[in-house]
Design a protein around this ligand. Structure first.
Ligand code: SF4
Length: 309
């Protein structure tokens, strides 16, 4: 496929039967689930549940047109967000905890998930934005085949914590058009302490390198809407707990200085963060400005810096 084509990659994959093959391969993984680096190896087809608590049917907390994403994702008509219930991480400060850790949502059939995507397209969404989809990727791939047959033609955005297995990401090549991962931490002990995520830092680095290999730096159309590429999000934590400087250095040295970075100041102490005194305060202006200075020093000109009050 032409890397710069405006036709979403999954349409070409569906023409030659490759999309069906990938969907089948992903479905097989559910029998011994290794969709994320936890590799629980439980049989979800037999109703066993692993760390993420995901069952066999895709569970969704909400879907809608969303205008608050980065400008190339939301554009003027909004992004078609689908919020999947559950998560492969356990961030103690999660701002979406009712969805990610209290499992609010409704189970859908795959044909219903396909119809949701088509409805969002009909409502004018620039893209289908899969929010925290890792644990439901096989079900999404099957639904995508159905949606594609019925005329889905907008880009797929993969909006993830970054806690991904490269072997699974390879199966998403040319299915996902825009990768929108977080890089949350630079230190494995911190990732375990605040998100119970073993091997997060190594996994996210490998995952983002793979994502960039697949889609490259961000490409937009004549209206500034994302067609293909990578946007990396980073939430700055108080007292530099995330290791933000190290993350910026990694992106600059190992991904691309042209990476579109979405730097976020919006941390607030949510959910269980009150059990950790060091997480009870917002990020200070001084802390945040130090990170901005590192971004400038690393000569990374692209992206968005959320203001700090
Ligand atoms: S997706 Fe869920 S069940 Fe599968 S390996 Fe990850 S945490 Fe375990």
């Amino acid at each position: 496929m032409d890397k710069f084509s405006t036709i979403p990659g999954y349409i070409n994959l569906s023409k030659n039967g490759e999309l069906e093959k990938r969907a089948l391969e992903l479905k097989k993984i559910l029998k011994s689930c290794t969709l994320c680096p936890r590799e629980c190896k439980i049989n979800r087809v037999n109703s066993e549940k692993g760390f993420c608590n995901a069952g066999i049917k895709p569970k969704i907390s909400s879907y809608n047109i969303h205008n608050g994403e980065e400008p190339p994702i939301s554009g003027d008509r909004g992004s078609g967000t689908i919020f999947f219930t559950g998560c492969t991480m356990r961030c103690v400060y999660c701002q979406n905890f009712p969805i990610s850790q209290l499992y609010n949502g409704i189970e859908y059939e795959e044909n219903e998930l396909a119809d949701i995507m088509l409805e969002l397209q009909k409502r004018g969404a620039h893209n289908i934005n899969l929010v925290t989809p890792t644990h439901y990727i096989p079900q999404f791939a099957s639904a995508l085949i159905l949606a594609c047959k019925k005329g889905l033609k907008i880009p797929i955005v993969y909006n993830t914590s970054g806690y991904e297995n490269v072997s699974i990401l390879k199966l998403l090549s040319n299915i996902v058009d825009v990768y929108l991962p977080d890089i949350k931490y630079a230190n494995e002990n911190i990732a375990i302490k605040y998100s119970k995520s073993i091997n997060y830092c190594d996994s996210v680095k490998k995952a983002v390198i793979e994502m960039h290999d697949q889609v490259g730096d961000l490409i937009t159309d004549e209206n500034g809407i994302a067609i293909r590429g990578l946007i990396i999000r980073h939430l700055v934590l108080p007292s530099n707990l995330a290791g933000s400087g190290e993350i910026m250095h990694f992106i600059a040295e190992n991904i691309s200085r042209n990476t579109y970075l979405s730097l976020m100041s919006q941390y607030f102490p949510a959910f269980h963060s009150h059990d950790f005194p060091e997480l009870c305060n917002p990020v200070t202006k001084k802390e945040y400005e130090e990170i901005i200075k590192i971004v400038e020093d690393e000569n990374m000109p692209n992206g968005w810096i959320q203001p700090i009050i």
